[in-house]
Design a protein around this ligand. Structure first.
Ligand SMILES: [Zn+2]
Length: 268
């Protein structure tokens, strides 16, 4: 699943392609918004909050979340889609836009297989993202508030708190596992027994360092297969001590369990 760094890059690409353009036609393929007509609206800006994308038009915000399989594609109108048509959830055609080649063509933005898609009034964005915790990739990052939310339940495992988007926004499973390895902490460790400031500050440094990279790196090694310490590496030797990396499951309940990876020697 894309994490905050990936989603911020996506929002940046959408903003660069679409900001300032007027929509000529819209087709929202989810029942709740099927009658919406966004023609005549301009794309004011596209921003991310955590893993959520907010495409702000004149009056309306198009809110989306990629979840597992979602994607946004932008291409000249008439380009053959690279994903099946039945996966399209929203299609936005623009008025002709200046191309790098010098001519002007309409663009088309298509949201495929979006896990969430809502249209809300601009002044009602809080209905879809108001619950989210501070985002370390946002200009208004509030470290103190993130710490307050992360430590609100001292008995909760740190591995769960870090993934809770209501506490801090943008971290997913790769960052959770990598940061806890680097801090020598097992994911099940209660928040109250964890140096949460140390964990948070390192997680923030890592996600910021990866914001402008196409490949997520936590090991400092850019070579393929060597970019992460423990995530996706169960059964393979720890890069530090050689012990076999193990995997487990951690969730608030069985329906929300996600995989954990850890070194049983480096993390205690
Ligand atoms: Zn180790």
């Amino acid at each position: 699943m894309p994490e905050g760094d990936t989603v911020h890059r996506l929002a940046g690409r959408l903003h660069a392609a679409l900001a300032g353009l007027e929509l000529a036609r819209s087709d929202v393929r989810v029942p709740r918004f099927a009658t919406a007509d966004l023609a005549g609206q301009h794309v004011v800006e596209v921003v991310a909050h955590g893993k959520h994308v907010l495409m702000r038009l004149d009056d309306v915000t198009v809110h989306s979340h990629l979840k597992m399989e979602g994607a946004w594609h932008v291409h000249p109108l008439g380009t053959r889609w690279s994903r099946p048509a039945h996966e399209a959830r929203i299609v936005l055609d623009t008025v002709p836009a200046a191309m790098p080649t010098g001519d002007a063509r309409p663009l088309q933005a298509v949201g495929f297989a979006l896990g969430e898609l809502d249209l809300v009034r601009r002044d009602a964005e809080n209905e879809v993202v108001g619950h989210l915790g501070p985002d370390p990739l946002a200009d208004d990052w509030d470290r103190a508030e993130a710490l307050r939310r992360l430590t609100a339940q001292p008995s909760r495992p740190i591995g769960l708190a870090l993934l809770d988007q209501r506490a801090v926004s943008g971290f997913g499973n790769d960052y959770r596992n990598e940061v806890l390895f680097l801090r020598g902490v097992l994911p099940e460790t209660p928040v109250g027994a964890t140096d949460v400031e140390g964990v948070l500050d390192l997680a923030v440094r890592l996600i910021r360092a990866n914001r402008d990279r196409s490949q997520r790196v936590t090991s400092g090694n850019l070579r393929r297969g060597e970019r992460l310490w423990v995530a996706h590496r169960d059964g393979r030797p720890c890069r530090r001590c050689g012990t076999r990396i193990e995997r487990g499951l951690l969730g608030e309940d069985p329906t929300t369990e996600r995989i954990t990876w850890f070194c049983p020697r480096c993390q205690r």
